[in-house]
Design a protein around this ligand. Structure first.
Ligand code: ADP
Ligand code: MG
Length: 461
C-alpha cells in the first residue's frame, strides 16, 4: 500500500515534469508542431529512471523518437537528473471522428485501417476561423471564391485540379480550409485531406527512409478530396516532385478531386518539371489578385464586427488605405490596435493608431499621386472621380475638387500648373484659389478641418 502511494506521488511529479516539458517544447517548436506532435502524447509510466510515453500510432512513435527523442530526454534530465531513458511506445487510442467544433484543438490524426499495419499519416490542422462565412468576397477574389464553393458543394468532380494561386496573405489557405470545413459539415461521408506541401514532403521523405513508399501511396487511396497547400515548396525536390506527380495522376485517374495552391501560376512555378506544370494547369486555374481598398475596408468591418469591437470609421478607412500589402498584415494591424487599446485602456482613434502602428505604416508607405488623391477625395465625399476633371461647378462637386487640389499641393511635389492640368486642364490660378479657399475654411469650420485631417493622414507619405 505504502509502496503504491509512493509510486503514485512519483507519477504525479513526473506528470508535472512532463507538462513543463511540453511547455518548453511548445516554446521552442511553436504551437502548430506542439499540437500535431506533443499534445497527443500521454505519459503512461515512470519507474526507476525510465519514462514511458505513449503515442497513438507507430508512425507518430517513429517520428517523435527520431526527431524529438533526444530533445525530450535532455529537457527531462535538466529537470530531473535521475531520468535516464525515455521510451516512446505505441498505445493505440482509437479516436472517434472528432466533432467539428473540437477539431482544431484535437490531435490531428487520421486513423487509417489499423489492422492491416499500414502507418497512419498526419494531416495539417484546420483553422476554425477559416470558413466561407468568414471570407469576404470582392473583385480580387471572387473567381477563386466561386470556384472553391463549387468544389465544396459538388459531389462530382468539376475541374481537376482546382489550382488557386496568388501572393502571400491573400486568402489561399483560408479558402482551402473553408472547403474542408464545408465538406466535413455537409458531406461527412466524403474523406477530405488538407496537407501543406511541406508535410507532404516530410512524409514522403520519411517513407523513403523507412522504405515504405508503397504504404505512403496507399494512404491516399481512400481520399475523396486531397488538398495540397503551397506546392511551390515542392519545386526543386526531384524525388518528391516525382512522387507528387504519381499521386496526382493516380487520384485524377480515380476521379478524385484535387485542390492545389501556390504563390504563382502553374507555368511560372520555377524548378518544377514541365509535365507537372502542365498537369497542374489542366483544370481550373483561379488567381487571387492583390486587394482593393473596398475589399480591405470590407474585411476590416467584418473583422471588427466579429470581434465585437467598435472601431471608428475613420480608423478603418485609414487602415484600409494605408495597409495595402496583404490581408494578414491588415488583420495584424487591427489586432494590434485592439490589443493596445485593451491593455492601456485607451480609446481607439486615428492618433493612437498612427502611434501604435508607426513601424508597420512606414513599411507600407508609398508615394502618393494626384490620381490617388482625386480617387480618395471623391470616395470620401461620394462623388465620381471623373468629377475631379469635369466642368461642373455645383458646390457638392466644387468643394471636394478644391480639397483635392489643396491636398495635391500639400502632399505631392507637383507645381500649380501641373496640378491644374490633372484637374481637367484648369489654370494654375484656379488651383491657387482653391488652396487659399480651403485654408480659409479650415480656420473657420471645425468639422471641415477634421474631414481634411482624416484625408490628409490617409494620404500622407
Ligand atoms: P495565403 O494562404 O494566401 O497566404 P491566408 O489564407 O493565410 O493567405 O490569409 C491570411 C489572413 O487573411 C488569414 O487570417 C485569413 O483569414 C485572412 N483573409 C484572407 N482573405 C480574406 C477574405 N477574403 N476575407 C476575410 N479574411 C481573409
Ligand atoms: Mg497559405
Amino acid at each position: 500500500m505504502e509502496a503504491l502511494v509512493r509510486q503514485n506521488s512519483a507519477f504525479s511529479t513526473a506528470q508535472q515534469e512532463w507538462e513543463t516539458i511540453c511547455q518548453l517544447l511548445k516554446n521552442e517548436y511553436g504551437e502548430a508542431t506542439c499540437k500535431n506532435w506533443f499534445s497527443p502524447l500521454i505519459l503512461v509510466s515512470y519507474n526507476e529512471g525510465l519514462v514511458q510515453i505513449a503515442a497513438a500510432t507507430k508512425f507518430m512513435r517513429d517520428w517523435i523518437t527520431t526527431n524529438y527523442g533526444e530533445k525530450i530526454r535532455d529537457l527531462w534530465q535538466d529537470l530531473n537528473p535521475t531520468i535516464d531513458t525515455i521510451e516512446i511506445i505505441v498505445r493505440q487510442v482509437t479516436l472517434a471522428p472528432e466533432p467539428i467544433k473540437h477539431y482544431p484543438q484535437a490531435p490531428v490524426i487520421i486513423n487509417s485501417d489499423e489492422s492491416d499495419g499500414r502507418p497512419n499519416f498526419v494531416e495539417s490542422a484546420l483553422d476554425s476561423r477559416f470558413t466561407f462565412e468568414n471570407f469576404v468576397v470582392g473583385k480580387p477574389n471572387e473567381l477563386a471564391y466561386a470556384a472553391a464553393l463549387r468544389v465544396a458543394e459538388s459531389k462530382t468532380v468539376q475541374f481537376n485540379p482546382l489550382f488557386l494561386y496568388g501572393g502571400v496573405g491573400l486568402g489561399k489557405t483560408h479558402l482551402m480550409h473553408a472547403i474542408a470545413w464545408h465538406i466535413k459539415t455537409c458531406h461527412p461521408d466524403r474523406r477530405v485531406i488538407y496537407l501543406s506541401a511541406e508535410k507532404f514532403m516530410y512524409q514522403f521523405i520519411r517513407a523513403l527512409r523507412f522504405k515504405d513508399t508503397v504504404a505512403f501511396k496507399e494512404q491516399f487511396r481512400s481520399v475523396d478530396v486531397l488538398m495540397i497547400d503551397d506546392v511551390q515548396f515542392i519545386s526543386g525536390k526531384d524525388t518528391t516532385q516525382e512522387e507528387f506527380f504519381h499521386t496526382f495522376n493516380a487520384l485524377v485517374d480515380r476521379n478524385r478531386q484535387l485542390i492545389v495552391s501556390a504563390d504563382k501560376s502553374p507555368s511560372d512555378l520555377q524548378g518544377m518539371e514541365e509535365r507537372l506544370k502542365s498537369r497542374l494547369g489542366w483544370g481550373l486555374v483561379a488567381d487571387i489578385h492583390p486587394t482593393t481598398y473596398e475589399l480591405r475596408l470590407g474585411i476590416l468591418q467584418a473583422k471588427a464586427e466579429s470581434l465585437n469591437t467598435p472601431i471608428p470609421k475613420d480608423v478603418m478607412e485609414f487602415l484600409a488605405f494605408k495597409i495595402a500589402s496583404n490581408i494578414r498584415e491588415l488583420e495584424g494591424a487591427l489586432n494590434r490596435i485592439i490589443a493596445h487599446s485593451t491593455l492601456v485602456g485607451r480609446q481607439i482613434g486615428l492618433e493612437m493608431t498612427q502611434e501604435v502602428l508607426r513601424d508597420l505604416l512606414k513599411a507600407n508607405d508609398r508615394r502618393v499621386t494626384i490620381e490617388d488623391i482625386q480617387k480618395r477625395v471623391a470616395e470620401y465625399f461620394s462623388i465620381k472621380t471623373s468629377d475631379m476633371q469635369s466642368a461642373r461647378r455645383s458646390q457638392n462637386v466644387a468643394r471636394p475638387r478644391q480639397v483635392a487640389m489643396y491636398l495635391s499641393k500639400m502632399l505631392t511635389t507637383r507645381s500649380l500648373p501641373e496640378i491644374g492640368r490633372k484637374f481637367g486642364g484648369r489654370d494654375h490660378t484656379t488651383v491657387l484659389h482653391a488652396v487659399k479657399k480651403v485654408e480659409e475654411i479650415i480656420s473657420q469650420d471645425k468639422e471641415f478641418s477634421e474631414d481634411l485631417e482624416i484625408l490628409r493622414r490617409t494620404l500622407e507619405v
